[in-house]
Structures are given as C-alpha cells and as structure tokens.
Design a protein around this ligand. Structure first.
Ligand code: GAR
Length: 193
C-alpha cells in the first residue's frame, strides 16, 4: 500500500452485516496515534445489523445498501465511496459477496477477516466443520479480497489450539478475541508500520 504522507490518515470504510465487534475494535484502533487509517464510513447490507449502533456512538457516517436493486445500489455505493474519498475498505463480518466490477475498482485495497486458517475452511460454518474434521488447530486470517471467495493474498494469520471440550460457539469466541488483535496488526503490516 502507498506510504503515508504527513500525518494524514487513510480514509477507510468498514463494511458489516452483523454484530460489528471487529468494527468497534477497528474504530478504537483508528483513534490511536499509530494508526494509519481513520474510519470515515460504515456500510451495511442489513439495516438490522447490531453494529450500526457504533455509527452514532462514534459519530461516523453510516449507509445501508440492501442490494435489492443490485446494479443501482452498487452505483450508489461506489459514488458514496468516491465522494468521501475512501481509499481502503475493511470487510468485517460483511456477508455479501462483492461484484467483480467492485473488486476491480478497489483492487488491492479491500481487506477481509475470515474465521479460519485460509485456504482451509472458506465460506460459512467454519468452526463446525473444523470440529467435524477433528482438526488440532484453527484460527483467523486477514487477506486481500480477490474475485474468488476467501481466496486473495494472505496478509497475516493467527493459529489457536482446539481444546477437548470445544464447541463451535466456544471456538468462535476465542477466535473473535484473536481477530480483534489481528485486524489492526494486518493494517499496520500493509503500511509497513
Ligand atoms: C467474524 O468472526 C468474522 O471473521 C466473520 O464474521 C464475524 C463477524 O463478527 N466473517 C466471516 O465469516 C466472513 N466470511 P463481528 O460482526 O462481531 O465483527
């Protein structure tokens, strides 16, 4: 990613669909002096996303595009991002697949966090599948987004050990705690900080 110029932070949008714990964590990180990014926009495809509360809490603009009118909403989303001079997009539990056109426009500037050790366990229900396959380890990955699902270049990963009494819920909780440390690390890494 291009180096930082002066003290200006890189304008970033976070895309969510659900709880938004990664969003909250990224906002807190962005407020630190060492953070190269500022969070200037929150985007959701789901008006009921719990994470949208952080828009009000942290006074960040929010936009909901439900993509019922796919082409129209993509145009509106692209215009919104352009108008706000958004340079980086962090997907944080955003459960909608972005179009090839969208990914092309923001090539190399969209990051995603995924709750598995990619390339293993792409897609949904990762923790259930990890347990069914009796894996010894799982974890989380931050990667650049490419047009293939959960397949872009890996930036950073964190591995955690599966315990005997683990359930998908328990693993999800431990992985999420690691995600909150990993996403800021990934951002520092792509800016060589
Ligand atoms: C996180 O565990 C994230 O890795 C996962 O959704 C959760 C969102 O939690 N993302 C995916 O599964 C994407 N394929 P949050 O809303 O509390 O940040």
């Amino acid at each position: 990613m291009a180096p930082l110029i002066g003290n200006k932070k890189i304008k970033t949008a976070v895309f969510i669909s659900g709880t938004g714990s990664n969003l909250k964590n990224l906002v807190l990180f962005s407020k630190k002096k060492l953070s190269p990014i500022s969070i200037d926009l929150i985007v959701s495809n789901n008006p009921k996303s719990k994470g949208l509360v952080y828009a009000k809490k942290f006074k960040i603009e929010k936009k909901v595009f439900n993509f019922k009118k796919r082409v129209f909403d993509e145009k509106r989303l692209l215009k919104t991002l352009k108008d706000r001079k958004i340079n980086v997009i962090c997907l944080a539990g955003y459960m909608r697949i972005l179009s090839k056109n969208f990914i092309k426009i923001f090539k190399g500037k969209i990051l995603n966090i995924h709750p598995s050790l990619l390339p293993k366990y792409k897609g949904l229900n990762t923790h259930k599948r990890v347990l069914e396959n009796k894996e010894k380890y799982t974890g989380c990955t931050v990667h650049f987004v490419s047009s293939k699902l959960d397949s872009g270049k890996i930036i950073i990963q964190k591995r955690i050990k599966i315990k005997k009494k683990d359930t998908p819920k328990r693993i999800a909780k431990r992985v999420l705690m690691e995600e909150h440390k990993l996403y800021p690390k990934a951002i520092l890494k792509i800016f060589n900080l």
